[in-house]
Design a protein around this ligand. Sequence first.
Ligand SMILES: [Zn+2]
Length: 75
Amino acid sequence: MDNPCIRCGKQRIDGKSWQEKSGISIVTRTKTICPDSGCQKILDRMIADRIVKNALMLKNKAEAKLAREKLLAVS
Ligand SMILES: [Zn+2]
């Protein structure tokens, strides 16, 4: 299976695997990681940053929507 690292292009390797419930069955999921631990650390940071940014964006969106609704309610 071809699964290169998005940063360095090295073939990613299997990292942690865990079991997850999917409906009535249990599936095994495996997280692939970069063989370069330094690179993987940066990737982890990038992913964490993206999650935070997404959450912030969603929050801002929700707040903007609320503000607009308030404005409309007043006028
Ligand atoms: Zn890498």
